[in-house]
Design a protein around this ligand. Structure first.
Ligand code: NDP
Length: 501
């Protein structure tokens, strides 16, 4: 890392334990979305040559790392978790500065990294396989997990510490080496993260990071024949592209894609509770969570009351820099996101929805140099309208009015996504039906759509992914191969399926 004349630091790639500029010498900038005059730093604009160097470093480190007993890998992982906890406040502030989420949420993002590091450190002492009876006498049968090799980790900007940690800790504890390509909107967070990983004691080359665009760095990672598994979080189109490229080389590809998450509020719900959960889920992280609630499905008898309360509260939410203690809603990630959300407001009203609150970029006073957008609610949206079907990834909530549970469940399930859903009801029977019926990887009862915990599997069904899960024990499946082992101690030839007759 070096300082330029304007005091913005320059970061290279982290390869084989060293910081190196891109081989081309090119850089790109990262700026504060709350005030784009604030230059955060210059980062390596890398390409295939840098990816190749990172993969070589990973290859060199891999034999030693996979041979290290998993509990020993776990000790390094514990040290990393402790360092992350120690640096939580500093990282959270840098995260808020780089991607805008309010400080309390940025602290939560780092905390997720701490939690998953400790969970995965423990996996070093579990990593269970099966030991089962053999069908033959004097024969032992068991299965163990083994690392796949080199993991390409491609991450988005909305959880710039948590998501890389979720993926990398699972890959590392199981004995893989990693090459991380962070989002180009949050390279600083990634640089700070891998710096700490180096300090925690991961051997050089076990953790590598290459910054740069999806086309110049992401694609070469996916195409590299020596990268055996790809774990990607991002939008669906990119996921399909990665999947197709990976399929040609029979790679394992784990995808966490978008969502169109719904909260259903039934007529018997505690509306005070629902209002808090809806606002938190729809406008937390400025609606830029993969699990953010973008559809409110409300039972007609309570719809006017609920929408009225939401509109009043949304109109009063304070926008600003996430570093200010009073801010409730930070900026969107970049100018393109502001344009996208704006355009969806028009799409919604053109389809017949009523703009109940918000609907435009916020530019007054201190917001003038940032990418702010007012919390927005569209009422009277129909289940198949575009705003109810397409991922918007911003502070835009579509209200769909329905009659009763069956209609609510049908609306919840009526999208191509299947990540997170929620129901507010006081009726236990209705709650259990929703837990069974809602077609999402995560279901909440009397809570919003956000708030996944690291020790349970995380991921979605349908267009949200391709069947893999992150976090929990399930995360190990992405990064390991099963090996079945038979030990015959009979001292004679025993033929399975034949000699057991
Ligand atoms: P993108 O898909 O645009 O980017 C994600 C990452 O992929 C970035 O690092 C990006 O690089 C890289 N990338 C882009 N194109 C390619 C390519 N062709 N090959 C390989 N890598 C590529 O998503 P966003 O960053 O915009 O993230 C927002 C999306 O992520 C939303 O759709 C959201 O729903 C989803 N998401 C899903 C989650 C889940 O768990 N289901 C969690 C969080 C977000 P670069 O930044 O340089 O363009």
């Amino acid at each position: 890392m070096t300082q330029t004349a304007v005091e913005a630091p320059t970061f290279g790639n982290f390869i084989g334990g060293d910081w190196r500029p891109a081989e081309s010498g090119r850089t790109f900038e990262s700026r504060n979305p709350a005030d784009t005059r604030d230059l955060i730093g210059h980062f390596a604009a890398s390409d295939a040559a840098d990816v190749a160097a990172a993969v070589r470093a990973a290859e060199e480190a891999l034999p030693g790392w996979r041979a290290m007993p998993a509990p020993k890998r776990g000790e390094i992982m514990y040290a990393f978790g402790a360092l992350l906890a120690e640096h939580k406040e500093r990282l959270a502030r840098e995260m808020t500065r780089e991607m805008g989420k309010v400080l309390a949420e940025a602290r939560g993002d780092v905390q997720e990294g701490v939690d998953i590091a400790f969970l995965m450190a423990g996996e070093g002492r579990r990593m269970f396989g099966d030991t089962t009876p053999s069908e033959l006498p004097d024969k032992w049968a068991m299965s163990i997990r083994q690392p796949i090799g080199i993991a390409g980790i491609i991450t988005p900007w909305n959880f710039p510490i948590a998501i890389p940690c979720w993926k990398m800790t699972a890959a590392l504890i199981t004995g893989n080496a990693v090459v991380l390509k962070p989002a180009s909107d949050t390279p600083h967070c990634a640089a700070l993260l891998v710096q700490l990983m180096g300090e925690a004691g991961f051997p050089p080359g076990v953790v590598n990071m290459v910054t740069g665009s999806g086309a110049d760095v992401g694609v070469p990672i996916v195409e590299n024949p020596d990268v055996n598994v790809i774990s990607f979080t991002g939008n669906g189109e990119t996921g399909v592209d990665i999947s197709l490229r990976g399929a040609r080389r029979l790679k394992r590809i784990s995808l966490e894609l978008g969502g169109k998450n719904a909260i259903a509020v039934m007529a018997d719900a505690d509306l005070d509770l629902a209002v808090d959960g809806i606002l938190w889920s729809a406008f937390g992280t400025t609606g830029q969570r993969c699990t953010a609630c973008s559809r409110l499905i409300v039972d007609e008898p309570v719809a006017d009351d609920l929408v009225g309360r939401l509109v009043e509260r949304a109109a009063a939410m304070r926008l600003g820099s996430g570093l200010e203690a009073t801010t409730e809603v930070g900026p969107l990630i970049n100018g393109g996101a502001v344009e996208r959300v704006s355009s969806y407001v028009s799409v919604g009203t053109d389809e017949g929805a009523r703009l109940a609150v918000g609907g435009s970029p916020a530019k007054e006073g201190e917001l003038a140099n940032g990418h702010f957008f007012s919390p927005t609610i569209l009422d009277g949206v129909k289940p198949m309208d575009r705003v109810a079907q397409e991922e918007i990834f911003g502070p835009l909530l579509s209200v769909i009015r329905v009659d009763g549970y069956e209609a609510a469940a049908m609306a919840v399930n009526g999208t191509r996504y299947g990540l997170s859903s929620s129901i507010y009801t006081r009726d236990t029977n209705t709650a259990f039906r929703a837990m069974r019926d809602f077609a999402t990887g995560i279901v909440y009862v009397n809570a919003g759509t956000i708030g996944a915990e690291t020790h349970l599997p995380f991921g979605g069904i349908k267009g949200t992914g391709n069947g893999h899960r992150e976090a929990g024990h399930a995360a190990l499946d992405t990064f390991t191969e099963w090996k079945s082992i038979y030990v015959d101690y009979s001292g004679r030839l025993q033929r399975a399926q034949i000699d057991n007759q």
